[in-house]
Design a protein around this ligand. Structure first.
Ligand SMILES: Cc1cc2nc3c(=O)[nH]c(=O)nc-3n(C[C@H](O)[C@H](O)[C@H](O)COP(=O)(O)O)c2cc1C
Length: 177
């Protein structure tokens, strides 16, 4: 069975980033993929900021990465880059942990100004971690994700269609891998 991890670098589950997380998760599950979600902000903060490689929780998450074929990396844009929260976890991955995986990077930003943040900030980190099969990244502006009064979110069609196109590309990369 194909397995995936979604690494979520946001600071809470109320973030609009969750709308994209759920969309990606449901899309993959509909294709029969087993999906594990890693919400980094729920991992022990001290282990993350002291780079505790012996942390049981971090090692459990790393084990998931070892076992999956697909890794989706989802982050809000903070200060023209991916979040520090995400970096604290990426720093604790073993060397070459992403070798042989297909990767889809996704960002949600407050403006279009940082459209290239994943290209200049995240992709070099992924390369150091051994990634060779990286799908085009998806950048979504936060106003394309609308909070609904009744709870939950609506995502603009334009964003959904770009997201779905890259999820299809991810599937093709997986077949070719
Ligand atoms: C500390 C902080 C820094 C941010 N820096 C940027 C930035 O540099 N560029 C940008 O486009 N958006 C920036 N944003 C906006 C977030 O990317 C945006 O609000 C987020 O993706 C949407 O999630 P939310 O529902 O949690 O607000 C920043 C937000 C915060 C809280």
């Amino acid at each position: 069975m194909t397995k995936a991890v979604i690494i979520n670098g946001s600071n809470s589950k109320s973030s609009r980033v969750m709308a994209i997380h759920e969309k990606v998760k449901n899309h993959l599950m509909a294709q029969g993929v087993e999906v594990h979600s890693n919400y980094i902000h729920e991992l022990p903060a001290v282990d993350l900021i002291t780079a505790n490689f012996a942390s049981e929780s971090i090692q459990l998450e790393n084990k998931w990465i070892e076992e999956v074929q697909i890794v989706v990396i989802l982050t809000p844009i903070y200060k023209a880059s991916f979040t520090g929260i995400l970096k604290t976890y990426l720093d604790l991955l073993p060397q070459k942990a992403l070798h042989g995986k297909v990767i889809l990077p996704i960002a949600v930003g407050g403006s279009i100004g940082h459209l290239l943040a994943l290209e200049y900030a995240l992709k070099p980190v992924l390369a150091v971690l051994g990634a060779t099969s990286i799908s085009h990244s998806v950048y979504i502006v936060d106003k394309q994700i609308i909070r609904l009064d009744e709870g939950g979110f609506a995502i603009e069609e334009e964003a959904i269609s770009r997201l779905e196109a890259e999820l299809e590309q991810l599937r093709q990369l997986l077949i070719a891998n």
